[in-house]
Design a protein around this ligand. Sequence first.
Ligand SMILES: [Zn+2]
Length: 391
Amino acid sequence: MSHRELSNNKLIIELFREYYHKAHLKLPEDFVLREFAIQPFNSSTYIRHLSFQKIDDLASFIEKNTPKHLYYSSARYENPGLKDMESKKWLGADLVFDIDADHIPGCTEVKIWLCPNGHNGTGDTSTCPVCGAKTKKISIIDDECLVKGLDQLLRLADILIEDFGFNKNDINVYFSGHRGFHLHVHLDDKLARMGSEERREIVDYVLGIGLKMESLKLVNEIRGRSRRLALIPRINDYGWRRRISKSLLEINIDDMLKNYIIGEVKPSSSTIMNKIENIVPEVIELSKVFIDEKVTIDTKRLVRIPFSLNGKTGLIVKEIDINKLSIFSPSLESLSPFRGIAKFTPDISLKNIKILGRKISLEKHKTHTLELGLAVYLELKGIGKIIRIQR
Ligand SMILES: [Zn+2]
């Protein structure tokens, strides 16, 4: 690591240190039962199996070891600080969901590659086309994807509350600090003991895996001489039929059908079903919620601590009011804690990239004046270096 790199890295560490000095991390009430873990700067390994009896102890640990990433376990343990997983004695875990732009169909990212010999370009390649060296790949998510992710989050919350009957007050949602959202359901002691198999059932339901078409009664069936007419899903239905009826209301269907779905009128004819038969596959696809299944079935997941910083971006893992999900708008002002401006030198040129409501163009090796939050984001992404901070 060159001297310049090291000294600039120090600027970011100092910014993180200042943030944590004042930050109000949100910890679960049972934090003494949780394992904590940090990934420090300039290290690819985690410091794991930490446990704290008092919030102050955690604060002074963070004061001494500025984290690049900071986590606690979704699991509760009798002995969270022990290294051996068996001896920790698992007591149960929150139900956690991760919605990542990676998993959302139609989400686009700007892909950039950099090679150690100074070549770079846009696209998704693991070897440098100029010199054949192994590249470092960087992706910048489009703002549109965050909006799509938020829509997925709304659907997920709706399923958990309406279909599973979880209490809204036990559900917390967070921006991940990068390109997605986390949803935590605090479970009572009994439900918290659900294993991976049970959690897998929930995942399947959300993702629509193993969905039995015939049980949805969405298409006319002819069996021998009898003809069973399909039933149009209505908003008062339960489960997947309710989800499908909601999706139908989101797409362009005629008013008579719409009114029927919301329960205002009686069907005027049995042929009304023909109006939706063709779009059933599309509507089912639209009703799926694209969660990261690995995260939910894992009963010992490390999750980012709310209001910590995501070291990939310098953005806050921010709580979103579940009642205001639809009005949450991801912006640099609301998600970056860093104010002021910075002189920033990029290693590559970029044109018209949208990041958190800003549209930027960068010219390789030229010094640019950028908002500090944006400069931190770009440096952590590996796109260049902050030379100076002005506040
Ligand atoms: Zn190269």
